[in-house]
Design a protein around this ligand. Structure first.
Ligand code: UTP
Length: 277
């Protein structure tokens, strides 16, 4: 079954400069927890224990975050503050963390291909930490997708309806509805202008991928923006076999944009932090 989760985290985060000049975007905190930790917790809650992180230059803080800090822990041992490290400590103790570097930032598809040595020949999940997904009333998004994978055994992308004038920011799908909230994809376009978009159903940062995707990415030429796009490889998979798109239960905040980041911060402060969750 699915054991591993890949976190492409090598992007430059240019929309968040200067904050991301020397610090990875994935370390930006939502209240008191960095985005990457929310992402790893979502994967752990979905039953995945092997975390595979694709990093790049200037991303060392990610590795340090999921490691013990002896000096700091010694300093706060026995004090009230010890509890603030408990959630990170638990992840370190219950999950494994493996890292590889994407040497040139040639797009999300290329970042996923860079993770191949960490994944091998098995189905896996992909989480983009800058898309913060929360479901306060049930399973997290990844857990929902893994349930679906058990039934259909093919690649799955999470989708969300977006306003028509936003389609140029996303991969957009069209497909046949096979049951409530589940589509069999037959078209997928990367960042289409509203007039060219096949629908308003946008792919967000959660995927389940079968391992044949790696060869498909390796055969994919750079597409939109000169980047190797995961949507182009997924389109080939959809044509040759099956890719599902799943409208998930829960909220999603685009924390790669200032507006989404502020919304996420306000939501988490009120719904999680103030309630001690
Ligand atoms: P984004 O499109 O948000 O790009 O990437 P970015 O570089 O992080 O941010 P901006 O647009 O410059 O502000 C989506 C996800 O894919 C990863 C990013 O780290 C992010 O999690 N990514 C993107 C890579 O790992 N490598 C790449 O070459 C591109």
């Amino acid at each position: 079954m699915i054991r591993k989760c890949l976190f492409p985290a090598a992007g430059y985060g240019t929309r968040f400069l200067p904050a991301t000049k020397a610090m990875p975007k994935e370390m930006l905190p939502i209240v008191n927890k960095p985005l990457i930790q929310y992402a790893v917790e979502e994967a752990r809650d979905a039953g995945l224990q092997n975390m595979a992180i694709v990093t790049g230059r200037g991303k060392r803080a990610l590795e340090d975050h999921f490691d013990i800090s002896y000096e700091l822990e010694h300093q706060i041992r026995g004090t009230e503050k010890e509890k603030f490290l408990a959630s990170t400590r638990e992840l370190i103790e219950t999950c494994t963390f493996a890292y590889t570097r994407q040497v040139e930032m040639k797009g999300l598809g290329h970042a996923i291909l860079s993770g191949r040595p960490l994944i091998g020949d098995e189905p896996f999940a992909v989480v983009l930490a800058d898309d913060l997904c929360l479901n306060l009333h049930g399973d997290g998004v990844l857990a929902q997708m893994i349930k679906l994978y058990k039934k259909f055994r093919c690649s799955i992308v999470a989708i969300q309806e977006v306003p028509r004038d936003q389609t140029h920011k996303y991969g957009v799908i069209a497909g046949d509805l096979i049951s409530e909230g589940i589509y069999r994809v037959n078209t997928m376009v990367e960042k289409p202008a509203p007039e060219d978009a096949p629908s308003n159903m946008a792919i967000i940062g959660r995927y389940i991928l079968t391992p044949d995707i790696f060869d498909l990415i390796a055969d994919t030429q750079p597409g939109k923006g000169g980047e190797i796009q995961i949507t182009d490889a997924l389109m080939k998979q959809a044509k040759n076999g099956c890719v599902l798109a799943y409208k998930f239960d829960g909220l999603r905040f685009d924390c790669g944009s200032a507006e989404g980041y502020i919304d996420a911060t306000n939501f988490c402060y009120e719904q999680l932090y103030l309630k001690g969750l």
